[in-house]
Design a protein around this ligand. Structure first.
Ligand SMILES: [Zn+2]
Length: 293
């Protein structure tokens, strides 16, 4: 095959591969097609690729994983875990309902305990991926506002601070390691996806992130839903970003501008110039609708 033709075939195959996945939220970089693992602490790893970032926390009794990526990524998650430990996976924590964070729950044995915020369980129950026989992969244990799992070096604190990306976003804190996984409440430095069908709220978003930044103490680093690991201070900055976004939208509404006029003239403070703003249209539209209710 001529080189140009081969390249065309490879590109077509790549395009199909990407299309088969759930469309990435606005502003999300193309995901690698092979999982990668990064060591954050001696017993905490971040597995990237195939949807949301997965954390693997190796405790004294087994491996706790936070988020299970898209469907059909379970083996890759497991292979990466096996490259660092022989311990069994005992627990899955789903930060929220989306299929790029819960998609490979079904890869793991039903004996693995699945944990999520109670609204997230209710949202998952509405998904075809968890109906019928697959209901066994739904959360076994839920919490409302706060819950602690395990103790000592293994302690994990789970928090829920209100609506944001969905109405069931957990912040997962590995206490002894001073690291949190925040899921898609902070997916990346950019406009968030506001999933109103699963209870997400652009109006509540800034306060929810602010509460997380203020309430959670003793954390140095945050694993984001889809991007890098940042210093915990990035969460407070992200709350400010969402507040500025809401303020700009509200100011426009007060000035009598339509949603389209607001989108066309949308401007954020300079300090957020590096943030990805690809969700302006979507989020202004959603905030307008929410404030009109
Ligand atoms: Zn999500």
């Amino acid at each position: 095959m001529r080189r140009a033709a081969l390249l065309g075939v490879l590109m077509a195959v790549g395009a199909i591969g990407i299309r088969a996945q759930q469309a990435p939220p606005a502003g999300q970089a193309a995901q690698p097609q092979v999982a990668t693992i990064e060591k954050l602490k001696d017993n905490l790893f971040v597995i990237k690729g195939g949807g949301g970032n997965t954390a693997a926390f190796v405790t004294s009794s087994g491996v706790v994983i936070v988020d299970t990526k898209l469907a059909n990524w379970g083996q890759q998650i497991m292979d990466k875990i096996r490259s660092v430990t022989d311990k069994p996976v005992t627990t899955i924590i789903n930060t929220h309902t989306h299929g790029d964070h819960t998609g490979s729950n079904e890869f793991f044995p039903a004996s693995v305990e699945v944990v999520a915020q109670e609204n997230t369980k209710a949202n998952m129950q509405k998904m075809d991926a968890f109906k019928g026989d697959k209901a066994q992969f739904l959360p076994d244990k839920t919490f409302k506002d706060r819950m602690t799992l395990f103790s000592g070096a293994d302690q994990i604190d789970l928090y829920y601070f209100g609506a944001g990306h969905t109405n069931g976003d957990s912040v997962v804190v590995f206490k002894a390691l001073r690291v949190a996984h925040i899921g898609d409440l902070f997916a990346r430095k950019g406009t968030p996806l506001i999933d109103v069908n699963n209870g997400g709220s652009g109006v509540a978003y800034p306060n929810t992130v602010k509460k997380a930044a203020k309430t959670v103490k003793g954390v140095d680093q945050v694993i984001t839903g889809h991007s890098d690991v940042f210093p915990w201070s990035a969460v407070a900055e992200y709350a400010d970003f969402n507040q500025a976004f809401l303020d700009a939208t509200r100011t426009s509404i007060k000035a009598g501008k339509t949603a389209d006029e607001t989108i066309a003239a949308f401007k954020m403070p300079d300090r957020f110039k590096d943030y990805n703003m690809s969700g302006v249209k979507d989020n202004v539209t959603k905030i307008y609708a929410e404030l009109k209710k």
